[in-house]
Design a protein around this ligand. Structure first.
Ligand code: SAM
Length: 244
């Protein structure tokens, strides 16, 4: 297996930092970027696969919205004990291209269906036992999040499971600031320079809009999910599991 190209997207000084996009440059280094930018990324992925497998039902659909390079779907494929259809959706053709290559290298091309679609325009899913949004809801415009969650909920089977991982804000500025400082210290430990951290932060400012933990919980409950639990928390990152 080829090792992921090293993320140097923000390594050089950029005169005018523009909004972050999942373009070809990002897609080419995404696996390195995400594993050095999200604390405990591998463990989160492992947990997602085992939680999703616990709720997957025979003949149902399992969706990964914002599937990127297919890391979650590939892991889940190996964990499934029932026959269910794995479907990855993303609005970046370049990310889906990387996903296709990765799945092909693992002989999973036939096992996983990939679709290009924009969650900001709403989504039509069906017969879903599991829907995952891993580090993706925070990129959906806040204006569209309620509608998206209602659409997801209505497409899901009874006892279906929603899995969401997000960057979250602290309730107050004291802990918010402290958690973000600790997060940047984590990024420095993973080899990112101050320049890289600052430029990426600027690029993400208008496109990554995190909610507070309780705002996410309310979003899921208001969409109709009957139980919501936090399965992962690290400073400004949280993982939620909800059941219809
Ligand atoms: C941080 S990545 C997700 C990481 C991935 N789920 C994982 O576990 O490694 C966010 C992904 O969401 C996709 N995305 C962002 N906004 C989207 C939208 N409005 N509709 C569909 N996909 C979107 C991006 O192209 C990107 O691949």
């Amino acid at each position: 297996m080829a090792t992921a190209a090293v993320d140097q997207v923000f390594a050089r000084e950029i005169e005018h930092v523009t909004d972050f996009t999942f373009d070809e440059t990002v897609a080419g280094v995404f696996d390195d970027m995400v594993s050095r930018s999200v604390p405990m990324y591998a463990e989160i992925q492992r947990m997602l696969a085992e939680l999703a497998a616990a709720f997957a039902t025979e003949g149902s659909n399992i969706y990964d919205l914002g599937c990127s390079t297919g890391t979650t779907l590939a892991l889940l494929h190996d964990q499934l004990t029932v026959r269910a259809n794995l479907i990855g959706i993303d609005n970046s053709a370049e990310m889906l291209e990387q996903c296709r290559s990765k799945l092909a290298a693992r002989n999973l091309t036939q096992a996983i269906d990939l679709r290009l679609a924009d969650l900001d325009h709403g989504i039509a899913l069906e017969n879903a036992s599991v829907v995952m949004l891993v580090l993706t809801l925070m990129f959906v415009r806040p204006l569209h999040r309620e509608r998206l969650m209602r659409q997801i909920h209505s497409s899901m089977n009874e006892n279906g499971c929603l899995l969401v991982v997000e960057k979250v804000l602290g309730d107050g500025s004291l802990f918010n600031r402290l958690f973000i400082e600790r997060y940047y210290a984590y990024k420095r430990r993973r080899g990112y320079t101050e320049l890289e951290i600052a430029q990426k932060r600027e690029a993400l400012e208008n496109v990554l809009v995190p909610y507070r933990l309780h705002e996410n919980r309310e979003l899921f409950l208001n969409a109709g999910f009957r139980e919501v639990e936090v399965f992962f928390k690290w400073y400004n990152f949280a993982g939620f599991v909800a059941v219809k």
